[in-house]
Design a protein around this ligand. Structure first.
Ligand code: GLA
Length: 378
């Protein structure tokens, strides 16, 4: 029996019917453009969240987490609706609600995606539960539908206005590849991302910073893009070119202009990055990653001193490219480095953080890993 099956048995007194897993993610490039119908290029990391589940004969939902000392939360499925108070379990219950689950179920969660690091532990939780429910109740949703349903859970049940990137990559990623996702129609292309065979590594730097701005700051950025789209009569930033934007500059505010400039530029950088990867031009990939950071820092203003320090210190230590990833205001940065320079890059970032009296950062690496899957079924 696997560790999670044992935890399930210990907590609920029965064996689970099945176990599903879904990973966290990092985003190579394409930040803050998923809600503007742009392209993004994330990959799944090896750390994932497991959900062991079992059908019950009644209408009770019991849910526990190994990270919360297996404490059981019990609720009737009929009461699982937006507005129901709760803690971490809202991410799982929101998925039951958005998928339309109507029968009772026992759920045990065991999460291995670092929390609060900007590596999408919430999407991993949502997608592990969604994958488990889809199979447990033979619901027949495809991966696009599951991505939309898990995003709906986070938007409408948990109340976080996130885009579609994190859930999509957690569900759709393939080992060895980054996922080029078109956020307009959720079509995908697997892009080989084999840094190791080129002697490179993608270092993930968790700054351990979490600035309070996160929620309001994210919503405010989304609102700017929507306002520009409305004023310029386009559906989303995806439809704008830099020429259109410059020509319409006097119809929007300066803040709207620089937000839109990030979005339009970032869509192009993603496509340029795909071209660069197709010819293994990692120097170009590094340049694009750097441009993305500058744009997020100066135009989208979602970086913070800890992220900028991580980026500057890794570049000074020889990184080919470095940028903040995810929503910003804290969380993680990535650095594309020569594998032989890992220790010196870590050392340089640690020193820079100590000098500025920031909390010590954490470091991870991960090769592109597999998306959500069923691990075992009885
Ligand atoms: C968060 C959101 C995503 C995306 C990123 C920024 O991770 O959940 O939908 O908008 O920020 O790219």
């Amino acid at each position: 029996m696997s560790a999670i099956e044992e935890k399930f048995l210990k907590t609920f007194g029965e064996e689970p019917d099945l176990v599903a897993a879904a990973p966290g993610r990092v985003n190579l490039i394409g930040e803050h453009i998923d809600y503007s119908e742009g392209f993004v290029l994330p990959f799944a990391i090896k750390d994932r969240t497991l959900a062991a589940v079992r059908k019950r004969g009644d209408s009770s939902v019991r849910i526990a987490s190994a990270q919360r000392r297996n404490k059981i939360v019990t609720v009737d499925i009929a009461d699982v609706k937006p507005g129901l108070k709760g803690e971490w379990e809202r991410y799982a219950l929101g998925v039951l609600w958005s998928m339309g689950v109507t029968s009772g179920v026992d759920i045990m969660i065991d999460g291995h995606v670092p929390l609060g690091a900007g590596l999408s532990s919430s999407a991993a939780l949502e997608c592990s539960v969604a994958t488990a429910m889809n199979h447990l109740f033979d619901m027949g949703f495809n991966l696009e539908e599951l991505a939309r349903l898990t995003q709906k859970a986070e938007n409408q049940y948990v109340g976080v206005p996130c885009g579609i990137m994190d859930q999509s990559v957690s569900l759709m990623a393939t080992q060895g590849f980054a996922l080029l996702l078109d956020c307009r129609d959720l079509s995908t292309r697997n892009i080989p991302f084999d840094v190791a065979s080129h002697g490179l590594e993608l270092l993930i730097i968790d700054t351990q910073a979490h600035h309070a701005l996160t929620d309001g700051g994210y919503a405010e950025r989304r609102a700017s893009c929507e306002s520009v789209a409305a004023k310029l009569r386009v559906k989303s930033m995806r439809e704008l070119t830099m020429t259109d934007l410059d020509a319409a500059r006097d119809q929007i505010t300066h803040t709207e202009y620089i937000r839109a400039r990030h979005a339009v530029g970032e869509v192009k950088r993603v496509l340029d990055c795909v071209d660069a990867l197709s010819i293994a031009d990692f120097a170009k990939v590094g340049e694009l990653i750097n441009q993305s950071h500058v744009s997020l820092r100066d135009d989208y203003t979602v970086s913070c001193p800890e992220l900028d320090t991580a980026v500057e210190a890794s570049l000074a230590a020889g990184a080919m490219g470095s940028r903040m990833v995810g929503g910003g205001f804290g969380g993680s940065a990535i650095a594309l480095i020569k594998a032989s320079q890992t220790a010196q890059t870590i050392h340089a970032v640690e020193n820079a953080f100590a000098y500025k009296k920031f909390k010590a950062p954490r470091f991870f690496t991960s090769l592109p890993s597999q998306g959500a899957e069923i691990l075992s079924r009885r």
